[in-house]
Design a protein around this ligand. Structure first.
Ligand code: HEC
Length: 450
């Protein structure tokens, strides 16, 4: 039996859902032996609820999806394309591998294998409507004006808005990268929660939006990026910082935006994106909390070149002189990156474990994978984080604009980049032991209950 050391996933792995073939076989069998000619899987009963929960936030008029998927009539012409997209893991746009590493994520946007199989057998049966009386009530989507975390925390303490930018009706994707001042955080403060969203009117053109802290070095006077603030893609709730951790909002900092706009048929005048920040009260004593940092961890310090039609793998190794908990993982690359993984190596016992694998990287979507509180990997002092990136510069890479090019590292989209953003809570031995003991106790209770 494996003893959980960093993670609890030795146990979770045994619970990974069955492969979809098995699920398909069951549903087809049920259909074949059913004396009732009514179809086993219908839009009204089975499919509409899945689309409501997982697709409609983007696929409705006025949102960013290229078509609306709100009614049977709207969905029907797209069924073949829907099958291709969901089976490939392209939709919903959240790239994270199943069956390997930690599967317990906050705001996990993936469909379950069961849902994918249900949609597949529905399409195999001719994608019938079924009985309209079975249709679920329409879902109310949160208004564009509302911060969703306001339900839990009230209005944000600070809102930082990007500089207005007019997005034309038609044309190529656009990137907008203004730097803006922050009002209301003159001194360092601990952050409780963060939520980014397009301002009213901008939702249907805001593909994704990232924001970074931009701070002045007190010694040199130089301004520079000092950490991630937040990332946005539609449908995602904000990020709630674990209650035992303080993520610092730097006093006197500015915010660098990196916004991907997506012209969508109608001009949007003065589009803006806003990030709401909830802070611990002024005067709050953070000394009882562990410091959480959200920083960039590089793969391979030096330079590299990917040859025309070639492939490459690079790695980065990072360790700490104290125990840490990894709270989130966000791969970053450009058009040639195809996969990135995060592993932990413990030199004390020679164990190496896969934490997260993203083998279907999509440069159009940037998701931070936030581990559930009880699943976030604990890394002992001296443990090594191993980040591995794989790149494909051949014609097999659907995103590669030109496989005849040599590709080096750089900031331009056509260059390659390799790093990961990790939110890390910096523990001490007492904190590490306490969290480990709490998890082991919980696991023991769960095992007894099973
Ligand atoms: C976060 C927003 C979002 C969610 C959630 C989402 N989509 Fe999409 N979808 C898009 C966008 C934007 C595109 C355009 C291509 C791109 O940007 O990747 C797209 C493209 C597609 C396409 C391809 C259309 C074409 O013409 O190529 C299909 C099919 C699709 N989505 C189906 C779905 C289904 C089914 C779901 C739910 C299971 C879903 N999407 C969830 C935003 C979303």
């Amino acid at each position: 039996m494996r003893t959980p050391v960093y993670t609890q996933f030795g146990r979770l792995l045994t619970r990974v859902a069955l492969p979809s073939v098995a699920l398909l076989a069951t549903s087809t069998a049920a259909f074949a032996s059913d004396p009732d000619p009514a179809p086993a899987v219908t839009y009204a009963k089975d499919i509409a609820p899945i689309l409501q929960q997982n697709c409609q936030v983007c696929h409705q008029v006025g949102s960013i999806g290229p078509m609306s998927l709100m009614t049977y009539e709207e969905v029907r012409p797209w069924v073949d394309m829907i099958r291709v997209q969901i089976e490939a893991g392209d939709m919903p746009p959240y790239q994270y591998d199943r069956g390997v590493g930690i599967q317990d994520l906050k705001h996990d946007a993936r469909l379950s294998l069961e849902q994918i199989a249900t949609i597949g057998s529905w399409i195999d049966q001719g994608a019938p409507m079924g009985n309209p009386a079975d249709l679920p009530a329409p879902v109310e989507f949160p208004g564009e004006a509302a911060f969703r975390l306001a339900a839990e925390f009230g209005q944000p303490d600070v809102i930082v808005r990007s500089t207005p930018y007019t997005v034309p009706a038609n044309g190529q994707d656009l990137w907008w990268q203004p730097t803006v001042d922050v009002e209301g955080i003159p001194k360092d403060r601990c952050i409780r929660a963060i939520e980014t969203k397009p301002a009213v009117g901008a939702r249907r053109v805001t593909h994704h939006a990232n924001s970074m802290w931009y701070t002045q070095n007190p010694t040199t006077g130089q301004w520079g990026q000092s950490g991630y603030l937040s990332e946005y893609s539609l449908g995602k709730l904000g990020e709630i910082i674990p209650v035992d951790a303080c993520r610092m909002a730097p006093g006197g900092g500015k915010v660098n935006w990196d916004i991907h706009y997506y012209p969508n048929g109608e001009e949007v005048v003065d589009a803006q994106v806003e990030v709401g920040i909830w802070l611990y009260p002024e005067g709050f004593d953070p000394s009882t909390l562990y410091r959480q940092t959200l920083s960039l961890y590089r793969l391979q310090g030096g330079d590299y070149d990917i040859p025309p039609h070639g492939k490459l793998m690079t790695q980065g190794f990072h360790s700490f002189n104290h125990p840490v908990r990894v709270d989130s993982f966000q791969p970053h690359g450009h058009l040639r990156l195809t996969s990135m993984s995060l592993e932990v190596f413990d030199p004390q016992n020679g164990r190496r474990e896969m934490v997260s694998m993203v083998s279907h990287w999509n440069p159009g979507w940037h998701n931070s994978h936030v581990y559930a509180d009880d699943a976030a990997p604990l890394v002992p002092t001296g443990g090594v984080l191993i980040i591995t990136g794989w790149y494909d510069n051949s014609e097999n890479n659907r995103f590669s604009p030109d496989p005849d090019q040599w590709v080096g590292t750089g900031n331009r989209t056509g260059d390659e980049m390799s790093h990961a953003w990790l939110a890390i809570t910096h523990l001490d031995d007492a904190g590490y032991q306490r969290i480990l003991a709490a998890r082991q106790a919980k696991n023991a209770t769960r095992t007894r209950a099973d």
